[in-house]
Design a binder for this molecule. Structure first.
Ligand SMILES: O=C1O[C@H]([C@@H](O)CO)C(O)=C1O
Length: 553
């Protein structure tokens, strides 16, 4: 194992990811940010200089468990203070597990401003992947809005709320096509995109050799869109999810929710005289965004030789049976550690959309999360009385709530939504979906847990009751280990994890506007066992005052 030292500067830049110029946040003059490649066991050291002259920044390493380094998790107001303009903060952490990960901003809606990149961890020297491949391709997926994140943030916090709407385009490795299509010949009414050149929006060409097997790494950092990937004429064998090996299974297309990552194997066993479409479409919400296209380029064909056939058609956005069939097919690969047979605590979290004096918010057990001025890791480590004031949030929403209808009382409250977990306890979380404010609407929400993988024990329809029928739906044999799990419309999803990683961990909907609207909770886990916290990570707010008055972390 080795230490990999990176020097990054974050700054605002003009860029044209879908050929429309706007201001975004880049790293070292690049968008998307540099790909980090490491081996399991390596230490990653990122000296991050904040070149945003008028706002703070942090970076979250999505999927990295930060065991022993909770101050490196990169969540503003939770694990650290935002890094001030012109300041440099050093992230230093171990990537303990091989897998397909990514990193992204976690302050305000900076992720939506393009602050993201790939983080790929190979097996350690001497270790082997449980599958063979000849080459590798990497797809970092995102959606793209022409509105600035300032317009979006102010709109979401306005009364009446201005929703961000559906994205203008979808990006593959930061590249997209707005107002034109690579497959215009097959999509009447669209203009053909031109190719080539080093423009920021030049179409992605993925070069492959015939009769080889490739590992396709895929991750989604979309603000809103749930995506579906299909590659013309090729089947995909799913082998990894969120850095955990899964029982291999073959699909024609696959869903990828915001926060998900996968590896699939693809064999180039098709007619080598052609190229093939890579097609990324929207599911889960009425699509108003053209699919993103890229080219699987069988060498030695010209990269931009267009396939003669039309791109694969994305499955219907509201075919939830199709969505569930894919998601429930994912099982842990043989040899994956099973979950503990029982849990010490069950926390049932009801997701509702509510009103708060004219604003629209998302709430958990009727509390919409508000983040503190002083990051929790410092204030809780110091035991400051101001860290947590009101009562702790409820572990259940009761059995009377009717998930099939808009909230009877649309009003909600705000709070810290901090759940205190005891060290090494096994925690069950049941995420319960419900009808939104609007009749007959229940939206898909992908929830992401920091600091842990959880076992996804199972899914159910309607309201969770915790009865024998619900218990019978749980898989304790080979549930997949993940860090992101989706709740389907009107349904529930049951997760289990062990609170074995002292720290303060966000657990939230990975849809950027929903987190901004309060859709999340915080796990304050075994704070008494957190090691020495570097004061440069948490020295702001009440913690700074306490340190100046002689307190010690
Ligand atoms: O939070 C949201 O707000 C809109 C709609 O509910 C109100 O405009 C939408 O689709 C969301 O997911």
């Amino acid at each position: 194992a080795k230490a990999r030292h990176l020097k990054w500067e974050v700054s605002h830049m003009f860029w044209s990811p879908d050929c429309e110029e706007k201001v975004l946040i880049g790293i070292n003059g690049q968008f998307p940010g540099p790909t980090i490649r490491a081996k399991a066991g390596d230490t990653i050291v990122v000296e991050l200089k904040n070149g945003l002259h008028t706002e703070g920044v942090v970076i979250h390493w999505h999927g990295v468990r930060q065991i022993g380094t909770p101050w490196a998790d990169g969540t503003a107001a939770i694990s650290q203070c935002a890094i001030n303009p012109e300041e440099t903060f050093t992230y230093r952490f171990v990537v303990d597990k091989p897998g397909t990960y990514f990193y992204h901003g976690h302050y305000g809606m900076q992720r939506a401003a393009g602050l993201y990149g790939s983080l790929i961890v190979d097996v350690a020297d001497g270790e082997e992947e449980p599958f063979k491949y000849d080459g590798e391709l990497n797809l970092l997926l995102s959606d793209w809005y022409h509105d600035s994140i300032y317009n979006q943030m102010v709109g979401l916090s306005s009364s009446p709320m201005r929703w961000i709407g559906e994205p203008q385009s979808l990006l593959i490795n930061g590249r997209g096509q707005f107002n034109c299509s690579l497959a215009a010949a097959h999509t009447p009414g669209t203009k053909q995109c031109t190719a080539g050149g080093n423009r920021h929006c030049a179409p992605v060409i993925l070069p492959v050799e015939p009769n080889k097997t490739y590992r396709l790494r895929i991750a989604s950092t979309t603000s809103l869109a749930s995506l579906n990937l299909a590659i013309g004429n090729h089947k995909l064998t799913v082998v990894e999810a969120d850095g955990n090996y899964v029982e291999p299974f073959v699909v024609d297309d696959m869903d990828i929710y915001s926060g998900d990552s996968y590896s699939v194997l693809l064999t180039t066993d098709q007619d080598p005289s052609s190229n093939y479409w890579v097609s990324i479409g929207v599911r889960g919400r009425t699509p108003k965004t053209a699919p993103a296209l890229a080219l699987l380029n069988y060498r030695p064909n010209r990269g931009f030789k267009l396939p003669a056939i039309a791109p694969p058609v994305t499955p219907l956005w509201n075919d939830t049976a199709h969505s569930k069939a894919f998601t429930t097919h994912i099982k842990a690969r043989a040899g994956t550690p099973p979950p503990p047979a029982t849990s010490d605590r069950r926390i049932e979290l009801l997701n509702t959309q509510n009103k708060l004096d004219g604003h629209i918010k998302w709430s958990i057990n009727n509390v919409s999360m508000v983040l503190p001025a002083t990051p929790y890791l410092g204030s809780l480590k110091l035991g400051l009385k101001t860290a947590l004031t009101a009562a702790r949030p409820a572990d259940t929403f009761g059995r009377a709530y009717d998930v099939t209808r808009p909230p009877h009382n649309p009003n909600t409250t705000t709070g810290d939504n901090v759940y205190v977990l005891r060290y090494n306890t096994t925690v069950d979380v049941v995420l319960q979906n419900a009808n939104a404010l609007q009749h007959n609407v229940s939206e898909v929400h992908p929830w992401h847990l920091h600091g842990h993988d959880f076992w996804v024990l199972g899914y159910g329809e309607g309201a969770y009751r915790g009865d024998a029928a619900d218990a019978a739906r749980l898989n304790l044999v080979n549930p997949p280990l993940r860090n992101t799990a989706v709740i389907f419309p009107y349904g529930w999803t049951a997760l289990r994890f062990v609170a074995d990683n002292p720290g303060v961990w966000a657990f939230h909907c990975h849809i950027e506007p929903h987190l901004h609207m309060g859709m999340g909770v915080i796990f304050a886990e075994a704070i008494d066992r957190v090691g020495k916290v570097p004061k440069e990570a948490v020295s702001c707010g009440a913690t700074a005052t306490a340190l100046m008055n002689g307190d010690h972390l």
